[in-house]
Design a protein around this ligand. Structure first.
Ligand code: 1HN
Length: 345
């Protein structure tokens, strides 16, 4: 590939004249913005140990009352982007949030989409547009763009969950903002049960729901059972994996980030091809090793890691007799809409 002229090759008075007119020559930067063959990611493979993070988060519970935090969160920040950017990848924000018994995180709504993957504790709930969603280990709860949400806790031990948002993208688009609100009236609970059986959807008076987000809570007991049923019914399937989708349309459950759950059978090794999306892996149960050419992470309960796109990944279940369960997030829905999604085989 042809080497291009550098900025330093240009006379200083010419460079100054360009700057004065808010002009920039393209050629000294062309190879940086269009590197040959594949992107040069800022996202670094990064792993966060739940046990290390947990003690610091509980300490935040002592240091900062909920009224002074609104959301008591430690952000899982990728050093490749700079910690202050609060990004796990170019599009994904990750944070671990703590709510103590009796605490309330007030109602608001915002443009970024969020999901919560519950990590620990019982008795907390999040109310999303009037729907009370109870939180248990492994449940996935959506708070899509524009929907009111607040968190409360009726139990007696700390509750911790992983927040995943498309905040870096929405912030970059200069479209990120919040509206504060009053405590919501609870109008429903457990409506996800209407979608508990795949293949059939409610059709009261012959009409399908037109709600953009008909299902807000995906209980782990159901997702785990779906993975085990898939394993039993299709023992040769390449990957025992299910996607969190809108049950009315079958499309990804949110517009920008995509979510799935993967079961690794005992001792299973799974080779994932290089794809154009960065990925987040969060260990729901068991222990898996995530290997790249350059590095590997061994995940145990509630550990989380992030890897850049365009690299092949190997996943291994470290147990010979127990399955391992991973929660996966990526920005495939966004990339597919934009036409830049790739799988390299
Ligand atoms: C947010 O609204 C929550 O509602 C958590 O629990 C984390 C991070 C950035 C922006 C908004 C929540 C968030 C957030």
């Amino acid at each position: 590939m042809q080497e291009l002229g550098r900025l330093e090759d240009l006379p200083q008075d010419y460079r100054d004249a360009l700057t004065a007119q808010n002009l920039v020559p393209l050629w000294p930067s062309l190879r940086a913005v269009l590197p040959p063959g594949e992107p040069i990611p800022r996202t670094q493979p990064t792993c966060w140990s739940y046990q290390d993070l947990r003690s610091l988060l509980l300490k935040a519970g002592e240091l900062t009352p909920i009224e002074k935090a609104e959301r008591r969160v430690l952000v899982l920040a990728n050093p490749g982007h700079g910690l202050e950017k609060m990004q796990a990848s170019s599009t994904i924000y990750l944070g671990m949030q703590l709510l103590l018994p009796g605490e309330w995180a007030p109602s608001h709504r915002h443009t970024p989409n969020a999901v919560r993957m519950i990590v620990e504790g019982e008795g907390a709930y999040t109310t999303v547009d009037g729907e009370k969603c109870r939180m248990s280990r492994g449940d996935l709860i959506l708070t899509p763009t524009g929907l009111w949400h607040e968190h409360g806790h009726e139990g007696d031990a700390p509750v911790i969950w992983l927040d995943v948002l498309d905040l870096p993208l929405v912030y970059y688009m200069e479209a990120s903002y919040v509206t504060e609100g009053k405590a919501q009236a609870v109008t429903s609970e457990g409506t996800e049960r209407a979608y508990q059986r795949g293949g059939v959807v409610p059709t009261p008076m012959f009409s399908r729901s037109e709600q953009r987000y008909p299902m807000l809570r995906y209980p782990w007991v159901d997702v785990r059972a779906a993975l085990q049923a898939l394993d039993v019914s299709q023992p040769d399937v390449e990957a025992v994996q299910v996607a969190y989708v809108n049950p009315e349309t079958g499309a990804a459950c949110q517009n920008i980030l995509g979510y799935s759950a993967l079961m690794l059978r005992p001792s299973e090794v799974l080779n994932l091809p290089a794809r154009s999306t960065a990925m987040v892996f969060h260990q729901i149960e068991g222990s898996a090793t995530v290997s790249l050419a350059s590095t590997e992470f061994t995940l145990v309960d509630a550990d989380t890691c992030c890897i850049p796109g365009y690299v092949p990944v190997r996943l291994r279940n470290n147990s010979a007799d127990q399955p391992a369960f991973l929660f996966i997030a990526d920005d495939a829905p966004l990339q597919k809409k934009l036409g830049v999604y790739e799988v390299r085989v």
